[in-house]
Design a protein around this ligand. Sequence first.
Ligand code: ATP
Length: 443
Amino acid sequence: MDELVALCKRRGFIYQSSDIYGGLQGVYDFGPLGVELKNNIKKAWWESMVYENDDIEGLDSSILTNPLVLKYSGHEDTFSDPMVDCKSCGLRFRSDQVPDMCKKDDLTEPRQFNLMFKTNVGPIDDGESFAYLRPETAQQIFTNFKNVLDSTSRALPFGIAQMGKAFRNEITPRNFIFRVREFEQMELEYFVKPGTDEDIHSSWVQKRLSWWNDQGVPMESIELYDVPSDELAHYSKKTIDIMYKFPHGLEELEGIANRTDFDLGSHSKKQDELNIKSKVIKNKDSNSKLAIQNDNGDWEIPYVIEPSAGVERGFLAILNEAYKIEDLDDGKTRVVLNLKPHLSPVKIAVIPLKKNNDDIVKLAKNIKNNLQKLGMGRVILENTGNIGKSYRKNDEIGTPICITVDFDSLENSDVTIRDRDTMKQIRIKIDELSNFCFDKIKS
Ligand code: ATP
């Protein structure tokens, strides 16, 4: 973990937030390379969910949430962790995360602590006019269920996908970006006919494992955890957690829950007409039935299967898998990030052999601009005049392709391509570059 944290800071992936004022615990900023990797992870998720499936729509709902949403979702009452205070060191911990150095006798009885952030809305701070910062993106998917259904004319099964910020006042944020107070989630709510839910739940577990594998997080680094009934969240009939071997230990990367009809049922009016199977809070405020009328005209609430992953935890797992220190033939070592090319923050580095040679630099700039237009992601001009140093830097940030422009390039219209993983160099014509790079990045 220490090596990853150091790499992230050195190369501009992740910085402590508000660093110049001593930081803010559990909050991080993503630097020039971090923002690219994060965006690429989210893009891969969005494409695999919304574009590659024919029955999933996207949504981008607000972060500020009407308190009623989180009242009826159950978060106001149940979204809390049991906390204990250590009388010896004076610190507060989640009761299942007390460090070994604190003795049992020094701990207070556990007390519930709600994890939601509140903020004042409007000009008057009277304690009544407030909104929550959403603790998960899911709830506004449920409150928009009818809107999406009506505007897209979908039939079951269909899903709504959303990515975005979520906020939790974690008492013990720790392990770098693993447990933070501000993070991003990638959540799908997949609405199905009751009775088909168990099979569809299992199939989403398999689909999500295959997606993580495509991002460079293989099955060997994963264990599935079938959450026992006494640990299930209040809305869940069954949850399978995808547990990843993080540098600090085996922990949850993504949860795939069968939320039954709890959420749509909870947010509906006239609940007694809807044949709701789960135990919901009586709703006196909703103006909508979040249900579907079946062929007999009866109202039915779909069940929901929810794969919910954290972007930061994905980022950490992907980085951890990609990070390698390799021994080279000359006795030296190199640090390399074997990122899947579609995730690499920089796709291609174009390196002029001589930084002061106008013709070489001009040709390199031209190549850079033309490749940039192909829409593969970020292409950089690396005009340091030091090829070895440029290769080392680009290995360390995971750039799959380096292109060197030299004197021969001016004569023969060709360039040297160096592959990040094999370090092999080949010579190819400039007009073949687009196809070559495209194939490599999309591989
Ligand atoms: P944990 O038990 O680790 O606190 P959770 O079960 O509360 O996690 P969920 O509510 O299922 O988490 O949220 C779905 C996903 O959101 C998690 O699998 C994780 O990837 C991510 N996530 C949740 N809390 C955090 C956090 N504090 N920091 C970073 N990511 C988080």
